[in-house]
Design a protein around this ligand. Structure first.
Ligand SMILES: [Zn+2]
Length: 264
């Protein structure tokens, strides 16, 4: 099966980031286990897995730091010449790919280092170890991944897919996320957290929030609360962004019970 390989468009907020050392605030849960990806890749991933046929998808890797890329590369490539084996050049030095290994990107060049790539796997039995991606799952991705802004990268790696749509989230992703709350909605009823600690300005309306570390951490991670002040204007787009940054119901309503489920 030929895998579709589309050119990668870089999200604007990655333009000045260093591969494998990107800001942690750009990464967020992607809807598969505790794996994190760049926030746009994660939004597209959540929409894509919601559309899955019954594959029990999991992953063996998403974001990889530079150090992790070095570890992976040096485990798979040898400085000792291996005639006939594929080679790669890293820092001007030639390396030979060891037999029975998958290829690895030269450290600092992997799309895993930008939070855009995922190595899919599946959970096909009762043990906790993931199994390799099935042919049926690959076929589904070949037919559907582009709809969600994902593309393969190399024919030799049917498990490795990366988000290529840059800042232009595909229509299918936006449709999955749904519209913003309407202008008529009373924002006070849209985020309901009991308590009397930090004061928030919610769409111009003063609201109070519980002094819960978990909540404030979640809000900080979502970019909705500067840690120094604890006060931030949250508008309709902000509420939607907050929902989409974590495993909260995508329904424009966030209540205390939702925060209880949040684990940053
Ligand atoms: Zn990969």
């Amino acid at each position: 099966m030929v895998l579709p390989v589309a050119p990668l468009h870089l999200p604007a907020d990655l333009a000045h980031e260093s591969n494998g050392e990107i800001s942690q605030t750009l990464l967020t849960l992607c809807g598969i286990g505790n794996f994190k990806m760049h926030h746009l890749a994660a939004r597209a991933m959540r929409a894509m897995i919601a559309a899955y046929p019954p594959f029990t998808e999991t992953a063996t890797g998403t974001y990889r730091t530079y150090a992790q890329q070095v570890q992976l590369f040096t485990a798979r490539y040898s400085l000792i010449p291996l005639p006939g084996r594929p080679t790669k050049v890293w820092n001007g030095t030639t390396y030979w790919q060891k037999p029975n290994t998958a290829m690895a990107a030269v450290p600092g060049t992997s799309n895993h280092g930008l939070g855009l790539a995922i190595d899919f796997a599946e959970q096909l039995d009762d043990d906790i170890a993931p199994e390799s991606i099935s042919a049926a799952f690959v076929a589904w991705l070949v037919a559907n991944a582009a709809t969600y802004g994902y593309s393969a990268e190399a024919q030799s790696e049917p498990w490795h897919w990366r988000y290529v749509a840059g800042d232009n989230l595909p229509a299918a992703v936006l449709a999955f996320e749904g519209p913003l709350p309407s202008e008529e909605d009373d924002m006070r009823e849209r985020i309901q957290v009991p308590g009397d600690a930090a004061v928030f300005l919610l769409d111009g309306i003063t609201c109070t929030w519980v002094a819960d570390t978990k909540v404030s951490t979640a809000l900080e991670q979502a970019g909705l609360m500067p840690p120094a002040t604890g006060v931030k204007l949250v508008d309709r787009a902000g509420l939607k962004a907050f929902e989409l940054r974590g495993p909260l119901p995508n329904n424009n309503v966030t209540v205390a019970a939702d925060f209880a489920k949040w684990s940053p």
